[in-house]
Design a protein around this ligand. Structure first.
Ligand SMILES: [Zn+2]
Length: 68
């Protein structure tokens, strides 16, 4: 979902920028990983794949998710 015109960096369309909801740490997640998550967790199509922040107990969401 992140690669469809909402990626702030057109030069890097093979990953999606994620940001921690608590500490604001940003990390790029390769689309390969996101697709893998879609496979193992089809779930709610309105919910993006999320990751545990490495620096705090927060959850990392796509940056585009915050802007929605
Ligand atoms: Zn964090």
């Amino acid at each position: 979902m992140c690669s469809k015109g909402v990626n702030p960096n057109p030069e890097d369309q093979h990953s999606c920028l994620y940001q921690c909801e608590l500490c604001g740490t940003q990390e790029r997640i390769p689309n390969d990983i996101l697709e893998y998550f879609d496979v193992i967790d089809p779930g709610d199509p309105e919910s993006p794949a999320t990751f545990r922040c490495e620096r705090c107990p927060g959850i990392m969401y796509p940056v585009s998710w915050f802007r929605a």
